[in-house]
Design a protein around this ligand. Sequence first.
Ligand code: BDP
Length: 685
Amino acid sequence: TQYTMCWLDYKRCEDENYINKVLPFISNIYIVENNYYIRNAALELKEGLRSVFGIDPIIQTNSYPDFKQGTVIGKLGNDVMERFISKTERDKVADEGFLIKSVTNDSKSIIVLAAKSESGIIYGVFELINRLRLKSDLSSLNIIENPKAALRIINHWDNMDGSIERGYAGDSIFFSNGRIKKSLKRIKDYARLLASTGINGIVINNVNVRGKAVWLITPKFLPQLSEIAEIFRLYGIKLYLSINFASPIYIGGLSTADPLDPGVIRWWQDTVKMIYTYIPDFGGFLVKADSEFNPGPYVYGRSHADGANMLAKALLPYGGIVIWRAFVYNCLQDWRDTKTDRAKAAYDNFKPLDGKFLDNVVLQIKYGPMDFQVREPVSPLFGGMEKTNQMIEFQITQEYTGQQIHLCYLGTLWKEILEFDTYCKGEGSYVKRIVDGSLFGRKYCGFAGVSNIGNSINWTGHDLAQANLWTFGRLAWDPDRSVEDIAKEWILLTFGDDKKVLENILWMLLNSHRIYEKYTTPLGLGWMVNPGHHYGPNPEGYEYSKWGTYHRADTKAIGVDRTSKGTGYTLQYHSHWQEIFDDMEKCPEELLLFFHRVPYTHRLKSGKTLIQFMYDSHFEGADEVDVLIQKWEELKGKIDENIFNRVSERLKMQKEHAIEWRDVINTYFYRKTGIPDEKGRVIYP
Ligand code: BDP
């Protein structure tokens, strides 16, 4: 079966009035230079216009005076473009930005779409198509848009056997059976989807680089990778690869991967040089080192700065970068040792290296100190390393948030994280200003999102999980935008402009994370999932394991004391937050059990005891899934039947699994504490 194109499934515009108004502006397309990439952008526009308006504009490149009216596309600085664009306007457009405006010139109706670069043009084309689909008024069109962050990258955890680590939407679109797939069609459609959200980079292989994937950086695979890179290039997206730090041993046959060893240094220089002969604009390497059994510089007694800088030096002459992950911790911890605290690990490993990384190294930091739980505090590395390029890593794939069976829109969570004020440079030192590079004036900063797509017919398993991919791209482009706005736009582009559809789906999206949190692990608890696959409840699944993910519940209290008197984790924050997180009364309640060890009889702000809150939260959350179901059922007949049925199916599963969560967790607490539910609902002794 043919897959859907998500928010790019163009539907015919039926509004005659609007069509008549816009036709003059779009009936021709004029490109001021016949460049391969600009032509592709123009073709993209042409296809869009064909589907939405049923017209077939001709792409012209003849001399401008022959051009009647329509859309003019080109790079800033070109003579034709200069007729329409003032110097002030031109100066406002950044490298990847674009300008779109309408002008009436000699009674011609013209849209001008200009950018500094080919990627700006392709972003602009998608923006224009979307504006037209949303029936924007063209006569007053006047926009200049620039992405706020330099790096907006999708991370694939795709393995070469075709499986996807933590993937819930089918198999890889890039790999199968140890090979790179031959058909590039789906990859091209994926590039289109990503470009339409503003993404500019992609890592196509898993950060855990094992087996055949180690060899991706060799001539065995580079010819095919260069074809993939070309497709992404058409859409403004650079290809990056995850590498294994011990490649000099595995591929090069050296006896060491020590980053200070001259042979190792030379090996990487040669390898990088060769990669660039295949992919001249190769983005660089993503590295997971010394983490979860991946090799790294620690093996040789070297620092992560030694490791990252060695690679960075090799990449520098070609403009490449090293994206180094901060997800480094001891995954063989002893649960009996109550003094070590996994939450502290990233900061402990990296804070001492602030200022030691070269300029083309970026530290990629998970949004929280643990691992993509439904709720975590912001990682203290944001605002903790002023002299280091930083990217924030979000998990679009829903490993811990319902695995695309549960509806869990993540935009609301991400927005809260981005709006967190670290206070590192006084009030207003928001995470979003750190990761867009503006707070410390750094060049390479940005966003990384672990992909939620696979080869399933709707890309994301749950059709509504497409909103997470869309939102990631849009927030990375502009973290100042409201998620409500972003979600609305997604609904309109995906489902059309029916009022009820908009209202109901918007409610579902904006409330879904809160609901999921309520019936799974509220109050910053986390880690009550089944070990390994991480789906479904298991209150002590990780409690006595080595992974360092404890809630330490006993019969009296639960939660970890991470205050300055406990594990000392709060000391990693700016004093403003240290003081708040240290104080049980001031600590934001949704993070209470992350920072504090709290007796079940402790009264929360509402006056409820902690244990009663737990019971209530799980019942409320599971009940609210009914509201999600009801809101969806109300849309029957208004939504494509296949999509409607698929989502209905998943909501049904969500309900069953929410009940399981509710009952398993509540029973656990009842048995642990012996304190009955005031409302008499928790009945299994
Ligand atoms: C964890 C995943 C694991 C990843 C790891 C990572 O469970 O599969 O390899 O993160 O980010 O969330 O490296």
